[in-house]
Design a protein around this ligand. Structure first.
Ligand code: 5GP
Ligand code: ZN
Length: 140
């Protein structure tokens, strides 16, 4: 289970179930859930359960665990949603576009003709996100 947490961190609150999210999968060290402001259908976040602000402060074993889960999620998205491509991206520091300071990896399906922005603008309904999460989870 998680050993370090920040009580003000939104992702720590999702991990502890204080805040709802459409969870795709979790294990003892990592969790994957749908981004609440998806930039495309299936936009997922892969998050180590321990609170570490970014790549620079993340222990290497958690980096590896998150990378392995990001690969599993990408493969499941490909099978479940049939996108043309998948973006995997990760931001470190406000100047780099990071807005939640708990390390995470975006895994974003992309279809031909879409722009490549990773941040969505509109919050999606939790129920809609849960349906997509179930589709991806079924392909894991
Ligand atoms: P960053 O810019 O830090 O890489 O991305 C943070 C991501 O977290 C954004 O894409 C944003 O939509 C997402 N996000 C912010 N708040 C919440 C939340 O409460 N729940 C979920 N599921 N995603 C969130
Ligand atoms: Zn956190």
């Amino acid at each position: 289970m998680s050993s370090s947490r920040d009580p003000d961190c939104i992702f720590c609150k999702i991990i502890s179930r204080e805040v709802p999210a459409a969870i795709i999968h979790e294990d003892d060290r990592t969790i994957a859930f749908m981004d609440a402001f998806p930039s495309s259908k299936g936009h997922a976040l892969v998050v180590p359960k321990d609170h570490h602000p970014n790549l620079l402060t993340l222990p290497t074993d958690l980096l590896q665990a998150a990378a392995a889960l990001a690969q599993r999620i990408a493969r499941a998205q490909k099978q479940a949603l049939q996108p043309d491509g998948i973006i995997v991206s990760q931001f470190n520091g406000e100047a780099a576009g990071q807005t939640v300071f708990h390390y995470h990896v975006h895994v974003v399906p992309r279809w031909k003709g879409q722009d490549s922005a990773v941040h969505g603008r509109k919050q999606e309904d939790l129920q809609v996100l849960q349906e997509v999460a179930s589709q991806i989870a079924a392909a894991l």
